[in-house]
Design a protein around this ligand. Sequence first.
Ligand code: HEC
Ligand code: HEC
Length: 475
Amino acid sequence: MRKIKLATIFTLTVLMFGGITVAQTDPGVQSASRGTGATIINPSNDPNGFTAFFTNGLARFQEVESVSNSPQGNNGLGPRFNMNQCSACHAQPAVGGSGAATNPEAEVIANGIVSGSTNSIPSFITQTGPTLEVRFPFFFNSNGSANTSNPNGGVEDLYTVSGRSDAGSCSLPQPSFAAAQEANNIIFRIPTPTFGAGLIENLDDSALLTNQVTNLNNDLGISGTFNHSGNDGTITRFGWKAQNKSLQIFAGEAYNVEMGITNELFPNERPLPGEDGNGGSGDTGLVASCLNLSGTGYPEDTSNPTLTPNSAVLDDVSAFANFMRFLAPPPTGGVVLNGQSVSASAISTGSSLFSSIGCATCHNPSPGKTQVSNFVPALSGVSVPAFSDIEIHNMGSGLADNVSQGSAGGGQFRTAPLWGLGQRIFLLHDGRTTNLITAIEDHASHGSEASTVIGNYNNLSSSQQQDLLDFLRSL
Ligand code: HEC
Ligand code: HEC
C-alpha cells in the first residue's frame, strides 16, 4: 500500500510540474493597480498651471452627452454615433485607456442611450467582446457585393438618435451591417489607449527619423516607413495606422465621428461615407430634420468666453486634448502567473530576448527623447518608453484590413506601443484575441515584415517563451 501511494504522489508531482514548465502561458491581465491614469505633471513644477486643465479635461472626458435635453455644454450627440461618452470606450484599466471587459456598445438599448424601436445591436457587438468601431473597406455594387475598385474605409456609426425623446423627428436607418458581413466587406478597430500620448506627440520628427536610420540596418527583413500629414507634411503618430497628427485633431475627429458632436476642428455634421458623395454622385447628405438637433447652431462645441475658472473657457476638444496630453505613461509592474509572482530575473531574461530575437526592432523600447515642451517641464527632454518606433509596417495578409489612411496602405499598421500591455484585455487592431501568444503568432503571414522575428520566437525554448510573455505582462 505504502509503495503504491508514493508512486502515485511521484506521478502527480511530475504531471503538475510538467504542466507548469512545458506549456508556456500568457499570464493574462494583471490585476494589481499600477497607478495608471495619473498625470505626468509634477504639481510643484507646473509654472503655467496646467494641472487644472488636466483635471478639467478628465471630467469632460467622462461627461455623458445627449442630443438636446441637457445643460448647456452637454448637447449635440448624433444624429449618428457609436457612444455618448469618451470614457465609455477608453476605460481599461483607467479613464483614457482601451476597451473594458464589458462592452458598453452592447448595453445602449438597455441603458436608454438609443431607442430599441429604431436601432438594433449588430450581431458582432457582444457584451463580453471588444469595444468596436466599424468600417466598410469598399462601397457596394448594386448586387450587394463589395466593389473593390471603389474604396470606402470611413467609419460606419453603429447607432442613430432616432426614437430618442430628445431627437425630434429625425429618422435615420442604421448602416446595413448584416449585408456588409454577408459581402465580407466589414472590418473592426478597437480603441487605442492614450496613456503617455503627450510624450509621443512631443517627439520631433528628427528623433523618429534618426531611429529609423539606425533600425533599417537589420537582417530581419524589417523596413518601416512613416505616415505623414496631408496638411503640413510632418510625421503623423496616432491611431492604428498612425493616421492622425495631434491629440487635438484626434479629439476633434473622435468628437464628431464617435459621438456626432461638431466642433471647431470639424464644424459640420457627419453623414455616413455613402451619404456624403464619397461613393459616387446623387448623395444629398443628411436631411434637414436631422440637422441642428441640439438647437444651438454649429459647431455644437465651442469655447465658452464667459465661464470661470480659466479651464472652463476652453472648448471640449481642447479640454480632451489636455487631459490625454498630460496622462503619464503606464507604469511597469510585477507579474503574477498562475497565482505565483514571477521572478525579476525571468522578466529581465524576457526583456533581453525581446531585443535579441528582433521584437525591439519595431517595438523600440525608447524611440527618442522629447523636444522642449511649452506646456510643462515633465514633457521636456525625456525618453519615451513606448515600445514602438511609430513607423508603419507591412503586417501581411493575416492582419491586413484593406483600409488605407494617409500613406498607410491596407496591410500597414503603426507598431503598436506596448507600454501598458500588462493590463490590456483585447489585442491587435480588431481585438481578435485576448491571448498574447495568438497576438504574437498573428504577426506572421504572407507579406509580413515580422515573419522572420516570429520564426525566431518559435525557435525559443518553452521556458524562454515564458520569460518573454512574463516580460510583456510587466509592461
Ligand atoms: C465608440 C468608441 C469610442 C469613443 C466613444 C471614443 N473613442 Fe477614441 N478611439 C476609438 C477607437 C476604435 C480608436 C482607434 C481608431 C483607429 O485608429 O482606427 C480610438 C483612438 C483614439 C485616440 C488615438 C490614441 C492613439 O495613441 O492612437 C485618441 C486620442 C482618442 N481615441 C480620443 C478620443 C476622445 C477625445 C474621445 C471623446 C471625444 C473618444 N476618443 C471617444 C474608439 C472610441
Ligand atoms: C515588423 C514590425 C514588428 C515586429 C518585428 C514585431 N511587431 Fe508586434 N506589432 C507590430 C504591429 C504593426 C502591431 C499592430 C498590428 C495590428 O494590430 O494589426 C503589433 C502588435 C503587437 C501586439 C499587440 C499590441 C496591441 O496593442 O494590441 C503585441 C503583444 C506585440 N505586437 C508583440 C510583439 C512581440 C512579442 C514581437 C516579437 C516576437 C513583435 N511584436 C514583433 C509590429 C511588429
